[in-house]
Design a protein around this ligand. Structure first.
Ligand SMILES: Cc1ncc(COP(=O)(O)O)c(C=O)c1O
Length: 399
């Protein structure tokens, strides 16, 4: 049976919004005069997310990029600007938020087994001006190590985790996103679950939670949930209408009740879906020819909505064959994995970043040219995994 015939036979994501989610939305909209702007469902979704993750506070926003921006803005308010250590393999908004908030991004290369920052290289880049490490857990892999966590704790350097591509993954049995001072999640359609567009920030820090709530909504003091904090502003600014005190020059990155209704519906099946993704990913790696493709990923605790296909060698011919085969089979893919590969090659950074020579980043350079990401979604037919691996394994020699 040829399972690859329909157009776009294997997309990056499919069926991430199901009838049940749509019915929840329709049910909500069927009420008389339903409230659509941020309200009770946003609050409930935040509470349910905090419970699922195992943190004290969550703040729902309109995208993962907004989560990045608010997190770094909050860090600026509490710690002031300086350097932030970031990975070159990440999404543009991780670096853009650092730049937009006036920090200097400092890059370290990645570990090929996790595609995340290499702990020793991060530690080498720490200076007296390091304000944070903003680490991305790439495509379902955990990038944390005990060594890195210990070192950051010892030096009092905050960790911010970008978990947009990895929620459900764990380190030492604990969910990613519970280790950092703050952590970011994306609910864009192609991720582990979706609110169409959406993002979340999680933190155990009471003060940051209040700042994040205000930053989300124009910097308005009334958005804080702490009466003590609100009263301190009311007393300090008696000339201002308490409803309109703007504590920070901030943003409007709120989401809506509809996105929260969808998020609450989706969260109910996240763990079940993630189990299927884990099994699929193992099957994919087990069936790939490890002489041609890198299969030695750090799988412990991983939870991947994508198959990472990375050539073992910098082999142009095999690379071209892989892309031709994926096209032929109608398998959607991204070269360079998520986010377009090495951010240091992007125009927005090239003009700023004279100091970083690409030769200093061999691991990310390899992924940029010889790494791919392919969709891994719960309804994926496992037969397709076997078939694709067979095709890929036949490439290379003798062709
Ligand atoms: C690692 C990472 N961070 C941030 C984002 C931004 O999320 P969003 O697309 O919801 O803005 C993404 C997007 O896919 C991502 O992969």
């Amino acid at each position: 049976m040829d399972t690859f015939t329909p157009k776009r036979a294997w997309p990056l994501m499919v069926n991430n919004i199901i009838r049940q989610d749509l019915d929840e939305l329709i049910g909500y909209l069927s009420q008389d005069d339903p409230r659509l702007t941020q309200s009770e469902n946003v609050k409930l979704f935040e509470q349910e997310w905090s419970q699922w993750l195992g943190v004290k506070h969550s703040v729902f926003v309109n995208s993962g990029s907004s989560a990045n921006l608010l997190t770094i803005s909050a860090l600026k308010e509490t710690n002031g600007v300086g350097e932030i250590i970031v990975p070159p393999l990440t999404w543009v908004s991780d670096i853009a938020s650092v730049l937009q908030c006036g920090f200097t991004p400092v890059f370290a290369d990645i570990n090929p087994r996790t595609l995340g920052l290499f702990d020793d290289l991060v530690i080498n880049k720490i200076t007296s001006n390091t304000k944070a490490v903003f680490l991305t857990h790439v495509l379902g892999f955990n990038a944390l190590t005990r060594k890195l966590l210990n070192e950051l704790k010892l030096r009092g350097i905050p960790l911010v985790e970008d978990v947009c591509e990895s929620y459900g993954a764990t380190f030492g049995g604990k969910k990613l996103g519970t280790f950092g001072l703050m952590s970011n999640f994306s609910f864009y359609y192609a991720h582990h679950m979706t609110t169409i567009e959406g993002g979340m920030i999680a933190t155990n820090d009471d003060k940051l939670y209040q700042i994040l709530r205000m930053l989300r909504s124009h910097g308005m003091v009334r958005e804080a949930s702490s009466d003590q904090l609100k009263n301190s502003f009311y007393n300090k600014y008696p000339d201002l209408n308490p409803d309109f005190i703007f504590a920070f020059p901030a943003y409007n990155v709120r989401s809506t009740e509809l996105n929260a209704v969808m998020g609450r519906s989706q969260l109910k099946r996240l763990d079940r879906n993630n189990e299927i993704r884990r099994a699929n990913f193992k099957l994919f790696l087990q069936n790939l020819d490890s002489d041609k493709y890198f299969t030695d990923f750090a799988l412990e605790g991983s939870c991947n909505y994508a198959f990472t296909l990375v050539l073992k060698q910098a082999d142009e011919q095999l690379c071209a064959q892989v892309m031709k085969t994926l096209h032929l089979l109608n398998v959607e893919f991204r070269r360079g994995t998520a986010g377009g590969g090495n951010q240091l090659r992007q125009p927005y950074l090239k003009q700023l970043n004279g100091n970083n020579s690409l030769q200093d980043f061999p691991a990310v350079e390899h992924v940029h040219f010889y790494g791919f990401y392919i969709g891994n979604y719960p309804s994926l037919d496992t037969e397709k995994i076997f078939t694709l691996c067979n095709y890929l394994n036949r490439l290379g020699v003798n062709l």
